[in-house]
Design a protein around this ligand. Structure first.
Ligand code: TYD
Ligand code: MG
Length: 448
């Protein structure tokens, strides 16, 4: 039966507004009792002491794409299932085709393509200038056929592109439905564990997306990795959301180019400038930490008198809008600078998203630099969280931030005075501790 009354359990093939048995309204829900998402047919081992179980880290299969391997924690584990989620068109197939070709140097890889024909894949591979004899492409949408090829080939790695484009003939639900996706997820997980195959499932999902489709198999898989980016630029970020075999505090950075995805090996050089930021009013450099990685980024502000009559424009790209609103309020209250009649545009250069509050002081400085028409010394990096009363609060990983700035050729750093470990910083950077916004403005010479 397809629907069931959640009140009395009355079953019906169609959805009903009112239950004929108990009379309850809007009580019919899709009956999913026959598919328990948690039930996976694992290999059944006999119990043994932990000390006797061996695992060799050399067993990991590297994708030979450094940023991908780092996020995976060193490579793919045989028998593990990884879900690669992201918006359509973001580059998931490109990434996994590149990875598949590399993995095929170590053993057979089966690439199951439900979305593109084998010719299309070949065209893409040619464009990327990659090839491999042991990379076997199966283009089709039948789960049963895919599984029989898998049984025959016995690959070390399987790629399913995508989990929404295959269908089990035994399942009457439509292509891409939650029910199909769950069944596929279960089947590939079972095969991965049984045959020790490193399995990668592609799913079209957004991080904040809905909770249907591939989202519903997140608990089944060993790792979920999101591939993100903005449509209007070519930076791609890889973030692990869940990882049974490694840390989730990692970040992989790529650039989509004409020859596929390339790693961004030195993000600070990519998002900021060497030896100082652009020599313009309203520009400054901050240091944000993503996971364990300090990254220097350039922030730009443009503050202009508003002519929209009372409702000044506020636009931010790459920054949290609510956080910047709070900073506008702090500027007004604590510095007595009225920005109400000014349009304010804020931008993070290079398409990066700065989420950390450690960038607060840099954002405020950029706004004031544009407002006062005064430049900020280009070799200064600005670090610090701004509190509601205008105080500059300490940030974590201060040392790694300053070290990163030093590496990129920055010579001066504004940082929170209240930092306990300030004395530990022994480097070739002129440290300027500041306690509040007024202090910072004086140090940056941003007062008229
Ligand atoms: P794709 O990997 O097909 O995305 P997904 O599988 O996540 O849906 O990537 C598609 C986009 O990437 C497409 O708009 C073209 C672009 N692209 C490049 O810019 N360079 C390349 O070398 C390739 C193969 C694709
Ligand atoms: Mg694709």
């Amino acid at each position: 039966m397809a629907y069931e009354c959640k009140n009395c359990g009355y079953a019906s093939v169609e959805w009903l507004g009112r239950c004929p048995k108990c009379g309850d309204w809007d009580s019919f829900r899709q009956n999913e009792s026959e598919e328990d998402p948690a039930r996976v047919d694992f290999v059944d081992e006999s119990p043994k002491p932990l000390s006797e179980i061996s695992f060799d880290s050399k067993e990991r299969i590297p994708t030979d794409i450094g940023e991908f391997d780092r996020v995976l924690g060193g490579g793919l584990i045989p028998g593990s299932v990884t879900l690669l989620g992201g918006d359509p068109g973001i580059g998931k197939s490109t990434l996994l085709l590149q990875a598949a070709t590399n993995i095929a140097k170590r053993g057979k890889v089966l690439y199951i393509s439900g979305e593109e024909s084998s010719k299309q894949l070949k065209m893409r591979a040619d464009r990327l200038n990659i090839s491999a004899n042991d990379l076997i492409i199966y283009s089709g949408q039948s789960l049963e056929n895919a599984v029989s090829h898998l049984n025959e080939l016995e690959p070390i790695c399987v790629i399913v592109d995508s989990i929404q484009s295959l269908q089990s003939t035994g399942n009457s639900s439509s292509l891409g439905s939650t029910k199909q996706v769950r069944e596929l997820g279960r089947e590939f997980t079972r095969l991965a564990k049984k045959k020790e195959i490193a399995t990668l499932l592609i799913g079209h999902i957004t991080k904040s997306g809905d909770f249907s489709g591939p989202k519903t198999i997140e608990h089944l898989v060993d790792s979920t990795i999101y591939f993100e980016g903005k449509r209007d630029n070519n930076v791609r970020l890889m973030r692990p959301e869940k990882n049974r075999f490694g840390s989730t505090r990692l970040l992989g950075l790529f650039q989509m180019t004409g020859q596929g995805l390339q790693e961004i090996l030195n993000p600070s050089q990519f998002f900021a400038k060497k030896n100082g930021h652009s020599d313009q009013k309203g520009t400054t450099t901050v240091c944000t930490v993503e996971g364990t990685r300090p990254i220097l980024v350039e922030i730009q502000a443009l503050v202009t008198p508003s002519n929209s009559g009372g409702s000044a424009q506020r636009r931010t790209t790459g920054l949290d809008y609510n956080r910047t609103s709070l900073l506008f309020a702090v500027i007004q209250k604590q510095l007595g600078i009225n920005l109400q009649e000014f349009d304010i545009y804020l931008n993070v250069v290079g398409g990066f998203n700065v989420e950390e509050t450690a960038a607060d002081l840099g954002i405020v400085s950029a706004i004031l630099s544009s407002f006062q028409d005064r430049k900020i010394d280009s070799q200064t990096v600005i670090i610090g969280e701004v509190g509601l009363s205008g105080e500059i609060r300490p940030v974590k990983n201060l040392k790694s931030r300053v070290t990163e700035a030093e590496k990129l050729g920055y010579r001066k750093a504004l940082l929170p005075e209240s930092h306990a470990k300030l004395n530990d910083l022994d480097m070739n950077v002129d440290l300027k501790p500041v306690s509040d916004l007024a202090d910072a403005i004086a140090e940056l010479e941003l007062r008229e």
